[in-house]
Design a protein around this ligand. Sequence first.
Ligand SMILES: [Zn+2]
Length: 379
Amino acid sequence: MRRALCAIMLFVASVDPSATLGNVGSPELDLSHYYSYEGVMDYLDTLAKDYPNRVFLKDAGRTYENRMLKTITISNGDGVPGKRTIFMDAELHAREWMTPMAALYAIHQLVVNFAENADLLKNFNWIVLPLANPDGYEFSRNSDRWWRNNRSPNGRQCFGTNLNRNFDVAWGQGYSELADPCTESYAGSEPFSEAEARLVRDIMHELVDNGSGTMYLSLHTANRSMFYPWVYESSPTRNHHELKEIARFATDRILRETGTQIKPKQAYYYGGMVGGTSLDYAFKVGFPLSFVFEMSGLAFGVEYKFFPPPTAIRRLTAETWVGIRALAEKAIEKYPPGRAIPAIQRKPVSNRAPGSQDLNILVGLLSTLLAYVASHLTS
Ligand SMILES: [Zn+2]
């Protein structure tokens, strides 16, 4: 009887490798098509159900069209407090369809393929926002595939803010289209006018304030670059050499393992000065490491830019994971628990509500003042 039971257990373990890890019901990540908004949400929900001790989901905000901005926090489940954090987002730009797929691939590696990647979760937790601009993403998928912004109305029948120009660092500086609400470069009506950018900001602030924010990584496509700050000015950051070394380590690894060439570069020296980016903002508020990974859009020898065919998803997401993993390895090596994150970067940052709320307060104060003046004039 015991021998029969052993045989059954061995058989189960051999047909389902995850069974040996206790990962019953591991969701498959289907890399044969681009996931819809609902598909991404469903995948995350299934992970949370299957791995309740290592995955935590948060409905962290709502878009203009009332879609959910969902974050996933991934840990190794050991419950040790005070670990450092890697924060990754994807799809700030709507037409960059490969980025949410690459984020899901990374999530899958960290959660379902945990056994292979446990080193990346020993002293660090990860927070991932795989679909930072779901309204724009769905509009790009269904109506205008070249759409880049979110879908907030700007008046004059114009829609959308470029979320990666909406951050409060040299906001609105760079070129004239940033102020034009009818262009794909529109920086918004004010810094952080957009819910999606505010959410990314709030996560950054929380992680810096609790001392855990170590690396911010934003996925974009498709000019094959590994960017580090600054982009709003030409001067190097104080840890320029460290950022350059880590970016080069990752791009060398990608070249060696996949043959794809990704250029490591201070972002300013790619296209000149641009204000309002999440890359600079993360660094400005205190993440010592901040990168934009501009993924490759090359597949089968063809430059597909934003829209590689679905048959290329597997290759490009796996290639991107090679880079993400290398960045994380270096971040973990450079910032062990004993190395303090420079205090100069940990200064408390304002975490106030968005400008519209500030405006309400201002309007309230002004009306009180006017009422006071009016009552004195009439009396
Ligand atoms: Zn982009």
